[in-house]
Design a protein. Structure first.
Lengths: 326, 391
């Protein structure tokens, strides 16, 4: 594969293909990942090229998918599991939290669980209920799991490579509304470490921290703010467990203000953890309280209301104004 | 305190439906595979011939070996219960009464087979060569597992009910992918048969024709709930709905358990897919040392099962039908006491873990937050030392 511009979904597909080619122990499994190529076509063509034994259409049972992936990992395989939509992961939550996350520690390090769980997440595509949720905090809260979310095609390619190579279970949240956004992917590049945050736009007045689908929103916010003479720095956290607090801290020490943006509900969301830690680390640098913009403490609304529920340009700008007003 | 009568526990017949006849006692069950009666007699039935073939050539030495396994397992189990009573263990889940089911099935496995136990499979662990004292770490509270699962192909005890059925199935899918002729065996109980994970394991194993044996010890009780609260059909019959065979075996008959499990494992090796074995047995003791069975079951039920004791029936057979002499039993008694002594000594000497074990093995590749918190914890602990030095 040469360097080329490709959609985020295609980048994951290429990354899975690279991994399947490189290591016969890598498996792809999930509902409809075979002939159909997954409901988002992320696994398109993989079963045709690698066979039903390596790209496995599973029964429609999420706990079964993750539970058998654990068993395959114990046998020496490296399963990459697809959960079809964010809202469908909960039947597997017990296997993920109770079994997958803890097994390495329970065995005093004697066994490893290199399982990647891919979850298309987030809203903005006009879907029916249970198809637009952002449950990342429910996984980041669990010791033993690593949680990451790329925001662009290049990161999607490389972070998937790194997740598959990881000997720890990785929950890989894919921003489904960005599946079709294109960016240059260079398979010869040297990637940043998986859990390192990126400064995607430098600025001096305020830091916006986001991940996954909200990075683009924050970049748009920074561009709009620029027109009003405000210089915003945008961080792409990329990883939620662990979080690269050093990069956030360095940014906030420069800007003195932080707004965290995510689609997930604000209450007990990742923004709460970031606000608490950054307040501890940067207390004397802060010019304003850390503010958060996210979903409300309500079930994800019907699609016709999701634009009001999801953080968009205006809501983030409003938070920026409030932070700058201190 | 009111104790429910046996009759009151039976599921109420709903209007217009015919109640399925769930057989209560092994003796009444026409489908039960039994090779050694409670009276210690070898029996031959046409229905059990296919299984009996697997133990047709069993020697008196091998039978004595099974007897020894059961006696030592029971002795170990009794010692662990005592250690809990003495405050050396936080909890113990006794296998009393289930020795035949565990030793018979455990001895049917091959070294390269893989076992996924619940938390009560002390007899299977014994067969796999796991040092029994290793089983006690989690019950003492010094670790949450404590043995290398790959050391004896014996996975960690799984406490959440039924989860391991899926791990076994996935592992078996991997065995099949590797083209190996090993088999996998998943243990669980009558209570676990209600869990979705067990149902999903049945589905996955059937669809992928995975070389796995589901070994269900139906010990009649899931803590306080009788099997009637879990199912309206005999458990082994559930297999039919998934498209693989189910067999009910006398779980107190070590020979039958050995034979049926060997048969099922061989099916798996031959690529014929999963099997459900329901070992019909009885939990003679409490669910765990924290449980009080007098609140929910009658002693006469236990007494009825005592007459079917797995160890006594084999002893009767050995004494009446083989050349086993008294010195064998005497030597075993001495070995048994020595095991109890060793377990006692090892447990009492088992050290508490280092404080920093909290942060060990949370991740294989490390994690910045764990590193940060370990450093904070170290600094916190060190602060006491400094205070002490200042005085």
């Amino acid at each position: 594969m040469a360097a080329e511009k490709m959609a985020l979904a295609k980048a994951i597909n290429e990354s899975l293909r690279t991994a399947l080619e490189a290591d016969p122990k890598v498996l792809v499994m999930g509902e409809d990942v075979g002939k159909l190529g997954g409901v988002f076509r992320v696994t398109d063509g993989l079963q045709k090229d690698f066979g039903e034994g390596r790209v496995i259409d599973t029964p429609l049972a999420e706990s079964g998918i993750v539970g058998t992936a654990i068993g395959l990992a114990l046998r020496g395989y490296r399963p990459v599991v697809e959960i079809q939509f964010d809202g469908f992961v909960f039947p597997a939550y017990d296997q993920i939290v109770t079994q997958l996350a803890k097994m390495h520690a329970r065995a005093l390090g004697k066994i490893k669980l290199p399982v990647v769980i891919r979850i298309p997440y987030g809203g903005g595509i006009g879907a029916v209920e249970h198809h637009s949720e952002s449950p990342e905090a429910l996984f980041a809260h669990v010791a033993g799991l690593k949680v990451v979310s790329p925001s662009n095609a290049s990161d999607a390619y490389w972070m998937m490579q790194q997740a598959i190579h990881s000997d720890d279970p990785v929950i890989f949240f894919e921003p489904k509304r960005r599946y079709w956004d294109k960016a240059e992917v260079d398979p010869e590049a040297i990637p940043a470490p998986l859990h390192k945050a990126h400064v995607v736009r430098a600025g001096s007045d305020l830091t916006l921290a986001a991940y996954g689908p909200m990075v683009k929103v924050c970049q748009d916010v920074a561009a709009a703010a620029q027109e009003e003479g405000r210089s915003l720095e945008v961080l792409d956290l990329r990883s939620l467990s662990p979080i690269d607090f050093d990069t956030v801290q360095a940014s906030v020490e420069r800007t003195g203000r932080l707004v965290v943006v995510h689609e997930a509900p604000v209450f007990f969301g990742s923004g709460a953890e970031i606000a608490a830690r950054i307040t501890e680390r940067c207390f004397y640098h802060l010019e304003a309280p850390v503010l958060r913009v996210g979903g409300y403490h309500a079930p994800y609304p019907p699609a016709r209301l999701e634009d009001e529920y999801l953080p968009g340009l205006d809501r983030v700008l409003d938070a920026v104004d409030r932070a700058l007003a201190y | 305190m009111t104790v429910e009568s046996t009759a009151a526990r039976k599921p109420r017949r709903s209007a217009g439906t015919k109640r399925t006849s769930a057989k209560k006692s092994p003796g009444q069950d026409a489908e039960l595979i039994q090779l050694l009666t409670p009276q210690g007699k070898r029996v031959k039935h046409a229905k059990s011939a296919e299984y009996a073939a697997y133990v047709a050539d069993i020697t008196p030495d091998e039978l004595r070996g099974l007897y020894r396994d059961m006696v030592l397992t029971r002795r170990f189990d009794a010692e662990a219960t005592s250690l809990q009573r003495q405050g050396e263990l936080g909890l113990w889940a006794s296998l009393l009464g289930q020795e035949a089911a565990q030793i018979g099935s455990g001895r049917a496995t091959r070294e390269d087979d893989y076992v996924f136990p619940t938390y009560r499979e002390h007899g299977v662990a014994w067969c796999r060569g796991v040092d029994p004292t290793n089983l006690l770490g989690m019950f003492r509270g010094v670790n949450n597992g404590g043995w290398d699962p790959n050391g004896n192909n014996f996975h960690l005890y799984t406490i959440v009910i039924g989860s391991q059925a899926l791990h076994a199935t996935g592992y078996a899918m991997g065995v099949a992918k590797d083209g190996a002729d090993s088999a996998v065996i998943a243990y669980f109980g009558d209570g676990a048969s209600s869990q979705g994970d067990v149902a999903e394991a049945f589905t996955f194993s059937a669809v992928y024709n995975a070389p796995v044996v589901f070994f269900c010890q139906n010990n009649q009780w899931a803590i306080s709930e009788p099997t009637e609260k879990q199912t309206r059909v005999p458990l082994y019959q559930r297999a039919q709905g998934y498209g693989f065979p189910g067999v009910r075996v006398d779980g107190n008959d070590v020979l039958a358990c050995l034979a049926v499990t060997k048969w099922a494992l061989e099916r798996a090796r031959r690529g014929e897919g999963p099997t459900l074995v329901e070992a019909y047995t009885y939990r003679m003791g409490a669910h765990t040392t924290s449980d009080d069975p007098t609140r929910y079951r009658h002693d006469d039920e236990r007494l009825a099962w005592e007459a079917k004791d797995p160890i006594q029936r084999l002893r009767t057979y050995l004494e009446s039908e083989t050349d086993t002499n008294e010195s064998f039993f005497a030597e075993l008694e001495a070995e048994s006491e020595a095991l109890g002594r060793r377990v006692r000594e090892v447990v009492r000497a088992m050290p508490d873990p280092d404080h920093f074990a909290i942060f060990e093995n949370v991740y294989a590749d490390g994690h910045a937050l764990v590193d940060e918190e370990r450093a904070q914890f170290a600094a916190y602990q060190a602060s006491f030392a400094e205070e002490g030095e200042g005085k």
